[in-house]
Design a protein around this ligand. Structure first.
Ligand SMILES: [Zn+2]
Length: 271
């Protein structure tokens, strides 16, 4: 029996979330996927098994194996391999010259940013293997279609910065921000770069984050329904004006939230 009879090779770009749906053969009781160090148990739904795999923003173009393992009724472990062809994607780069004081952090701020990073990484590591999310993800600002600046690179005074790992959505201060899917709040706080921020675990390695809020209306540990208000847009943290930075991670990989399942291409336009 082959679970993936039609899949010989898949193609992706760096920063893409890939949705997997494997037909639910009756005599299969577990399906796991391994890709670039991510190991994920697919979740059963009515007729199939589903899950997401992330291709990180910094993955070099090339072919990488994705291994699917499943147990059949006779208790045999079976393995199938599909190659993922990661294509070249040239995200735009902006070069800027600014006074050094704008790019160098004071010791105090550097320490704060380091402490923030530690807290955030801890939250990322405490995610549920069970699925909380289901079906389509939502764009967290009602009626919003733009914000396609994921992956954009900035070079300040010849020093490359980390590429932009989310999508910046236009949102006036006070705009309601919605949970993109069902999940659990794993971290809230006021951070040096991110400002007031909410981090949501959707289970199965999928997280979304909502930064620069003026107000947070949920608390850590709270379970969320899809579309529930989690806070209000603002301009907190290191920003030049109000907007929502919406980020997503899948299996630790930084992915474009617009590549999450269910966000239809026609809803998405370039700014
Ligand atoms: Zn941003």
């Amino acid at each position: 029996m082959m679970l993936l009879p039609l899949l010989v090779m898949l193609s992706a770009i760096p920063g893409q979330a890939l949705y997997f749906e494997v037909p639910g053969a009756i005599d299969v009781d577990a399906v796991t996927i391994e890709f670039k160090g991510q190991k994920l148990a697919l979740a059963p739904s009515d007729n199939d098994w589903f899950g997401l795999v992330g291709v990180d923003l910094d993955v070099a173009p090339g072919r990488y194996p994705l291994t699917v393992t499943y147990n059949s009724a006779d208790d045999q472990s079976n393995t199938e391999v599909v190659d993922i062809d990661v294509r070249v994607k040239d995200y735009p780069t902006t070069k800027l010259r600014v006074a050094p004081k704008y790019v160098q952090l004071s010791n105090e701020n550097q320490q704060r940013a380091t402490a923030d990073r530690k807290l955030i990484n801890e939250a990322y590591s405490k995610t549920s293997p069970e699925p909380y999310w289901q079906g389509a993800f939502l764009v967290p600002v009602r009626g919003m279609t733009g914000g396609r600046n994921f992956g954009h690179r900035r070079v300040f005074n010849d020093q490359p910065r980390a590429p932009h790992s989310g999508a910046d959505l236009t949102a006036a201060t006070g705009t309601e921000i919605l949970a993109s899917n069902a999940g659990k709040v794993v971290l809230t706080g006021d951070f040096f770069f991110n400002g007031r921020a909410v981090f949501v675990d959707h289970g199965m390695g999928v997280l979304t984050m909502y930064l620069h809020l003026s107000e947070i209306t949920v608390s850590t540990g709270q379970m969320l329904r899809k579309g529930e208000v989690i806070g209000l847009a603002g301009a907190t943290g290191r920003v030049t004006g109000p907007h929502l930075h919406w980020g997503a991670r899948v299996g630790g990989a930084r992915v474009d939230p617009f590549s999450l399942p269910g966000i239809a291409a026609e809803e998405v336009s370039s700014p």
